[in-house]
Design a protein around this ligand. Structure first.
Ligand code: ARG
Length: 561
């Protein structure tokens, strides 16, 4: 705030205004002021001591309307803003409504975001939470800044496991049961296949033969293949609805069946392929990586081959500015290899590919494991969170209207937020008590603060702009809240830049904490006439900021709780 205005006044011979602006920083100790100019680097240039420079610059700000003071201290020039001038900005903030913090920096730019990207016939477990909610949040954050986004669910819908699944289904499957039980039933026969195949290896041959049939487009095999897909998608779509996730494309691995040859041709042309025991690989030892396998000896293509084809397809179809892959850090090597091969192929989008890695989610009682069958289904986690939320809400407010609906928003919101509060790369240990703590750094805390503000506005009425006296929100608590609200647009930008939704999460937690501190020490809805309007204006801005922030994360902000 006010960086531009301050830089404009700082006229120093031989130094560009933009260079000076870049030097401005926020003091660590808030009592020093809102912004500071350290004069140490200028010292060399101007051949004067930092203190002397600061002293010479200070008078430039005499009588400056937006500043309370410009004081020198130990080689710094410290600026304190005029708090009422800063608070005035709330009027504009409120007038912007839900457009607050929007921008058009991304106009004409398209960002592809590959996320969630589930595997067909595998249960949707808690391990899929992060990719799904981080990807969804990034889509909305980029949209807020004017980018066009293409959310892609790169389905894992290809591979020999589908041959196994057909064999398993034909031997032990029951159509009605699978229709009813869904993916869990599919997974059950898949697990059984592996057990049985240990005893009877001929099952593997049968599975291979069936997979070949899928590849050849055999009618019966295709029918089953599509049915498995349908069963899986029907189930996950229910979860996507709860999480407010919508994809623009479900083009998964099988979509690229007929799109890999041209990639292989480019690799041949550029002499990047090496024959290795009949397989075609791209050697990467020069870059400190194992080779990238492109075609197996039996002619089968791989995960990486499909990703190469997908990259070319996305560039052609969407002409992306960036192409992001929200995938767990376990696949770091895969993406490093993929991006390197694309670079060697001189693919035009190679520089714009990014792996958005994230850590693992486990439950308090130990890591979840798929192999051992100890799968924690995300739908169960969501249901349980909603159930617990309902109990808490009924305890806190026995008269609550639409308690079930509120519990839905609170329970689901709590789970989403738990995956969006820390830097992506951090592993998370999920605990129901922690995420549902109304006094913690949680979604329920934010929702509760939002509802508190809404209720203040219901009681106190809309702020009367003619009566606003900004001195009523200019003490420390008020001013800190105002500043937290006004910092939100930059937080959204920074979240986009760093691809870290947690920047938004933390920004609104900060707003809520600052506001609650103000709330305990000030009257608002029933404040004296001369103070009420300004305080209601602040409550309104806080509510709006929290609501927008939660919205970006895919979380509801109920009016009342
Ligand atoms: N289906 C893969 C998995 O579950 C993730 C796919 C990520 N996207 C991609 N284009 N490789 O591991």
């Amino acid at each position: 705030m006010f960086e531009q205005e301050i830089a404009q006044k700082l006229k120093i011979d031989g130094v560009e205004q933009s260079e000076i602006a870049a030097l401005l920083e926020v003091p660590k100790d808030a009592s020093m002021g809102d912004l500071a100019l350290p004069c140490f680097r200028l010292s060399k240039l101007l051949k004067k001591s930092p203190a002397q420079i600061a002293n010479e610059l200070a008078p430039l700000f005499d009588g400056c309307a937006f500043l309370e003071s410009a004081q020198t201290a130990g080689g710094y020039l410290n600026f304190k803003f005029n708090r009422e001038e800063v608070a005035k900005k709330l009027i504009e903030t409120n007038a912007q409504g839900e457009k607050f913090a929007s921008s058009n920096e991304g106009a004409d730019k398209t960002i592809c975001i590959d996320y969630s990207s589930i595997n067909i016939a595998k249960p949707f477990h808690i391990g899929h939470l992060s990719t799904t909610v981080i990807g969804g949040a990034l889509c909305r954050i980029f949209q807020k800044l004017g980018y066009k986004t293409v959310g892609i669910n790169h389905l894992g819908d290809w591979g020999t496991q589908f041959g196994k699944l057909i064999v398993a289904f034909k031997k032990w499957g029951d159509r009605a049961e699978i229709e009813k039980e869904g993916v869990l039933a599919l997974n059950k026969i898949y697990v059984k296949f592996h057990k049985e195949a240990e005893r009877d290896p001929s099952l593997e041959d049968e599975a291979r033969a069936y997979f070949k049939k899928i590849e050849d487009g055999d009618a019966e095999a295709m029918e089953l293949f599509h049915w498995f897909k349908e069963i899986t998608l029907k189930e996950v779509e229910k979860i996507y609805d709860k999480l407010k996730i919508k994809f623009d494309s479900y083009a998964g691995e099988s979509f690229y069946n007929d799109k890999m040859q041209c990639v292989i041709d480019i690799l041949e042309q550029k002499r990047l392929l090496t024959l290795d025991d009949g397989a075609k690989i791209v050697k990467l030892d020069e870059f400190g990586m194992p080779p990238c396998l492109i075609v197996k000896a039996d002619g089968a293509t791989l995960y990486a081959t499909r990703d190469l084809a997908a990259a070319y397809y996305r560039k052609k179809e969407y002409d992306f500015y960036k192409c992001l892959y929200v995938v767990a850090y376990q696949q770091n090597l895969h993406f490093r290899q993929l991006f390197k091969v694309l670079e060697l192929m001189e693919f035009s989008g190679a520089k714009d590919m990014e792996h958005i890695a994230f850590g693992m989610v486990s439950l308090e009682d130990g890591a979840m494991s798929t192999r051992g069958g100890r799968i924690v289904r995300l739908s169960d986690v969501l249901d349980k969170a909603v159930e617990k939320a309902l109990k808490i809400i009924k305890e806190k407010n026995p008269q609550a209207q639409n308690a079930t609906q509120i519990a839905q928003s609170v329970g689901v919101g709590a789970v989403i937020f738990s995956a969006l509060f820390n830097n992506r790369i951090k592993d998370i240990v999920f605990s129901f008590d922690k995420v549902l703590n109304f006094d913690g750094e949680t979604a329920p805390y934010l929702q509760y603060t939002h509802a508190r503000c809404r209720s203040l506005l219901k009681k106190g009425g809309e702020p009367d702009l003619d009566k606003v006296d900004f001195s009523a929100i200019s003490d420390d608590e008020g001013y800190q809240t105002v500043k937290a609200v006004l910092a939100f647009p930059d937080a959204v930008k920074f979240a986009a830049q760093t691809r870290e939704p947690c920047v938004v999460s933390r920004a609104i937690i900060d707003v809520a904490e600052k506001f609650n501190r103000f709330y305990i020490s000030h009257r608002i809805a029933d404040a004296a006439e001369n103070e009420r309007a300004a305080r209601l204006l602040l409550a309104k801005a806080v509510a709006q900021t929290i609501k927008i922030g939660l919205g970006l994360l895919g979380i509801d902000a109920p009016e009342a709780m």
